[in-house]
Design a protein around this ligand. Structure first.
Ligand SMILES: Cc1ncc(COP(=O)(O)O)c(C=O)c1O
Length: 362
């Protein structure tokens, strides 16, 4: 139906930069005169090891990750991390603080409950996750092994504008939907993790950036594949890693570097989000549920006054080459995920469409 690439506003898996796809397709049949594609290589081969090590170095450079942090490529996506975080950090008879600001942080807390005592330090469900709590309102527990929060709430379109602290207790952040979107002071975190499929690579792995000083308290039954000590010892290769997807991450990191790094990336992302939010604020037809101070730069949620109109919007926008604007089933309405790879033109086209839709349906 479409002869050209369209603007894909999916929350994940989501758009990859066209330059990355072009590079990958040029490499596809015969990578670097090896006579094979990266996806056909042994993960133990010298060529692949060079790719793998260079991806880690690039990630360290782009995110400015201090040498006191491990970089691990884990299986099981971010949901795997919900379990591995607890299975490595909570400890026998341990406890941890979780802040719930949306569905994924709720899922992370539910998973952790299987392995220890979970204290809900705050839950924004009272206002349907439209806001982010202040530091002073977090109810932290004495003796907690860590504080967990989700930096960007993909479904509800909110984001933390500060890094919470927990009196020296390691802070663990799910950055699945905002990693690589802006510079982050990694030194503030005990652990950062993220599923790959939004700003990093195709779906299939998760990155974990772990402070070497955080005590690893593996439980007797922690599976080898989720065991941080094992992953550190085996350099993320106790078995076959997501070889091809990790290679794509390397290409994405090259693309970010060429663009000017995360400072530039953040500037572009802020500009894109500003265009959409300014438009939403100027319109009486669309409603933007997230509180202004908590608005996400990556996932922008909005709706009209009724569900039928929302459905019409989703249908007509898709036909116009603006794909996957339907909001998550938990919130309805619409959601524009404008990750790093969404070009400014995509956002401009969306606003143009929204404006016309408003005029036609007011
Ligand atoms: C913030 C956040 N955390 C966790 C997940 C779950 O990721 P995965 O599908 O990799 O388990 C998602 C997926 O969309 C997410 O957006």
């Amino acid at each position: 139906m479409f002869k050209e690439r369209i603007y894909n506003f999916s929350a994940g898996p989501s758009m990859l930069p066209a330059a990355v796809l072009e590079r990958a397709s040029a490499d596809l049949l015969n990578y670097n005169a090896t006579g094979m594609s990266v996806m056909e290589m042994s993960h133990r081969s010298k060529v692949y090891d060079e790719i793998f090590q260079s991806v880690k170095e690039k990630l360290r450079k782009v995110m400015n990750i201090p040498s006191g942090y491990h970089i691990l490529f884990m299986h099981g996506g971010a949901t795997g991390a919900f379990a591995s975080v607890a299975m490595n950090l909570i400890g026998e008879n341990g406890k941890a603080d979780y802040v719930i600001t949306g569905n994924f942080s709720k899922n992370a807390a539910s998973e952790a409950k299987k392995y220890g005592a979970v204290n809900i330090a705050y839950d924004t469900a009272d206002k349907n996750h439209t806001y982010i709590p202040e530091q002073k309102d977090l109810k932290l527990t004495q003796g907690a092994s860590y504080l967990h929060y989700c930096a960007n709430n993909t479904i509800f379109g909110t984001a933390w504008k500060y890094v919470p602290t927990a009196g020296g207790v390691p802070v663990v952040s799910d950055m699945s939907s905002c990693i690589l979107s802006e510079p982050v002071d990694v030194s503030k975190f005990g652990l950062i993790y993220a599923g790959a499929q939004k700003n990093m690579a195709p779906a299939g792995f998760a990155v974990a950036i772990l402070n070497k000083d955080v005590p690893i308290k593996t439980l007797g039954y922690t599976p080898k594949i989720l065991d941080y000590n094992m992953m550190i010892k085996e350099d993320s290769m106790p078995n076959t890693p997501s070889t091809y997807n990790i290679y794509i991450l390397g290409l994405v990191l090259d693309w970010i570097q060429e663009l000017g790094g995360l400072t530039k990336m953040a500037e572009i992302n802020r500009d894109k989000a500003k265009i959409l939010y300014n438009y939403l604020d100027s319109s009486e037809f669309y409603i933007s549920p997230a509180q202004k101070e908590a608005r996400s730069v990556m996932n922008i949620t909005f709706k009209t006054a009724n569900e039928e109109m929302d459905a019409k919007f989703v249908k007509e926008s898709a036909a116009a080459g603006l794909a996957n604007l339907k909001g998550h089933r938990l919130v309805g309405g619409m959601r524009a995920s404008v990750y790093n790879a969404m070009p400014m033109e995509g956002v401009a086209k969306l606003v143009e469409f929204m404006d016309k839709f408003e005029r036609d349906n007011r």
